[in-house]
Ligand binder design. Structure first.
Ligand code: F6R
Length: 612
């Protein structure tokens, strides 16, 4: 969702900005633009469409200069168009601004400015905020940073903004509230991004700007202030990310690369934490807060999308192993209803990006009620990781494909370790079962690898069902959240409408959809419900539905009744979701590719959902 890039220093800003925008394409966008200042003044170029199209259109244009900002826009106010694309220019033509977020009180500001004679070219809230800043600058005769500070005190909503001022051609003004902003510190130069990807080859030193901070950035100087105009000390963090991690590495798509990375990402997640031989799980965030965690009357897990599916899986596992009641909440619902958070309740927030606006606000809301927040996050240094009291990183590395794959399995891995650790400390698991599950978890990377080696077997299945209009995904117990996740993946990647359901619940409605054209995907690995799910398959077959089943090697019952099967290695049912989800990811991928869909950047979707 909207990406921002900026540069000020001795180099040519334009190539850095274009490369940075391309690296942030995964965030999701529909239009793009850059603003640069050079000897001939301030230049703004913007366009609906891809960064490469903008780049093509700028051949031969005056894109030189050592200071600039760039943007990828994901439309909120106003349709995707050249005019609504950022940067916007203020009425006097001197200021250019890009914005990520939503200004909620823009309508009121717009009407005030209109009365003063301001006009607006676009339908965006951004252009309103920009002219509001210009108006304050004009009325107070104050420097731009001061005008920005005054304006932001009147603004409600979320934002990251970057501004260029033709009259101050050596400075970028930036500010954030609720959307990410990273500043890379080079030698006599600064880089800006929504994440660290635009600056990877230039610096490993970054500052994660906090909410309500304004940055005044010149080539060799960075000043941070809060909205109260007090100087803040920039906290410099070290980046642990290499360029190779954000490149495709020979795969056709990031999504496929990330699916195939899972043996190593799950391994990386376990590494240094789980030792089956010694019978230990070492997780500092858990250890340091063990009393709060084992004595909690209840866990509330908040998340969105795929991360919400990981949360649901955690409910099954934690209740089973730790005997602690768990509630799973959509962050977007939790933040707006009036939830009861009792003393001692632990909030677990799960997020790949660590920037999801709803999850972030839900955390703040729970904090207001005195809750202890445990974050499970992939992106190091992200807002949710910083807003949590304690947490565990998933160590899946950068996930560029918009549809979450390796981050999901890393979330499950972390959650399984947490459940096992707490169960052990709480004394709710027998030693033999504990060790058995540690060994099972330790063996997962190898089994995922075995599944991926057979990945091509899914291609003919994808070919057979690619033209389906609808699909149903069914699973029971630990495989129910995986059915939901499989359906979500298919929807996102191939635009086929898909629903996930508990297999038995199917009789209460969705069975009406079953006909000869409906593919029904059963997640039916060997577990205590196997006989039940066999009955559900028969119910579908009796109505001539097409059954695709993900089953355990050695199962000789389901192949006799299903139309298509894919085998996964045997595993204990607690850890089996880490296996059964892999063929579902691949199936969606192959169907999406066959249908010619943009699998890495599905339409309308954003990787980092920084608006509510
Ligand atoms: C689906 C997907 C989304 C995200 C959701 C939450 O493939 O990626 O549903 O899971 O937007 O994002 P995070 O985990 O970054 O909070």
């Amino acid at each position: 969702m909207c990406g921002i890039v900026g540069y000020v220093g001795p180099r040519d800003a334009y190539p850095i900005i274009i490369t940075g925008l391309k690296r942030q394409e995964y965030r999701g966008y529909d239009s793009t633009g850059v603003a640069l200042i050079n000897d001939t003044g301030l230049h703004v170029f913007k366009k609906k469409g891809k960064v490469a199209e903008l780049e093509q259109s700028l051949l031969g244009k005056p894109v030189n200069g050592n200071i600039g900002i760039g943007h990828t826009r994901w439309a909120t106010h106003g349709e995707p168009s050249d005019v609504n694309a950022h940067p916007h220019q203020s009425n006097n033509g001197k200021l250019a601004m890009i914005h990520n977020g939503i200004i909620e009180n823009y309508a009121q500001l717009k009407s005030e400015l209109t009365k003063k004679g301001y006009s607006f070219k676009s339908e965006t809230d951004t252009e309103v905020l920009l002219n509001f800043i210009e108006d304050i600058q004009k009325n107070t005769q104050s420097p731009l940073e001061e005008a920005v500070r005054i304006a932001l005190k009147r603004v409600s909503g979320a934002y990251v903004i970057l501004l260029l001022d033709q009259d101050n051609p050596d400075t970028i003004i930036a500010a954030r509230k609720g959307s990410p902003l990273v500043i890379g510190i080079g030698k006599g130069e600064h880089f800006l991004g929504s994440d660290a990807t635009p600056m990877l080859e230039y610096t490993k030193e970054v500052v994660y700007v906090n909410d309500y901070e304004i940055a005044i950035i010149k080539a060799g100087e960075l000043i941070l202030k809060n909205l109260g105009n007090e100087r803040q000390m920039p906290y410099i963090s070290s980046l642990d990310l290499e360029l190779a991690a954000i490149e495709k590495g020979g795969f056709d798509h990031f999504m496929l690369k990330e699916i195939y990375e899972q043996p190593s990402t799950i391994y990386d997640c376990l590494r240094g934490r789980l030792d089956a031989e010694k019978g230990t799980i070492t997780m500092k965030g858990i250890q340091d807060n063990i009393e709060a965690l084992i004595n909690a009357p209840r866990y509330i897990i908040i998340a969105c999308g795929t991360s919400w599916h990981a949360a649901l899986e955690a409910e099954y596992i934690i209740e089973e192993l730790c005997r602690i009641p768990v509630e799973v909440e959509y962050a977007s619902e939790f933040r707006y209803r009036n939830p009861i958070v009792n003393k001692g309740d632990v909030i677990i927030a799960i997020s790949q990006s660590g920037e999801t606006a709803d999850t972030l606000v839900a955390i703040e809301k729970a904090k207001e009620q005195g809750a202890f927040i445990f974050g499970i996050v992939n992106v190091v240094g992200s807002s949710i990781s910083r807003a949590s009291h304690a947490g565990a990183y998933t160590h899946a590395g950068p996930e560029i494909g918009v549809a979450s794959t390796k981050a999901f399995t890393a979330q499950l891995t972390v959650l399984m370790m947490i459940a096992l650790k707490i169960a052990k400390e709480k004394g709710t698991i027998e030693q033999s079962r504990y060790i058995e599950l540690l060994v099972e978890l330790e063996n997962i990377p190898e089994k995922v690898d075995a599944i991926l080696k057979n990945g091509d077997l899914l291609k003919p299945i994808a070919q057979k069902y690619k033209d389906a209009i609808n699909a149903l995904y069914l699973g029971r117990g630990y495989n129910f959240p995986i059915a939901l996740e499989g359906a979500l993946k298919l929807k996102e990647i191939s635009y086929i409408h898909a629903e996930g359901y508990p297999a038995a619940e199917m009789k209460h409605g969705p069975i009406a959809l079953v006909d000869t054209n409906l593919p029904v995907v059963f997640v039916a690995t060997k577990d205590e419900y196997h006989a039940k799910i066999v009955s559900n398959i028969q119910e579908i077959k009796a109505r001539k539905g097409k059954v695709i089943a993900i089953i355990t090697e050695g199962d000789d019952i389901i192949p006799a009744m299903a139309d298509d099967v894919f085998f996964v290695p045997p595993a204990n049912e607690v850890v089996a979701p880490l296996l059964s989800v892999i063929p579902l990811q691949l199936l969606s991928y192959y169907i999406g590719v066959l249908k010619g869909c943009d699998v890495d950047k599905p339409r309308n979707l954003a990787k980092s959902v920084t608006v509510e």
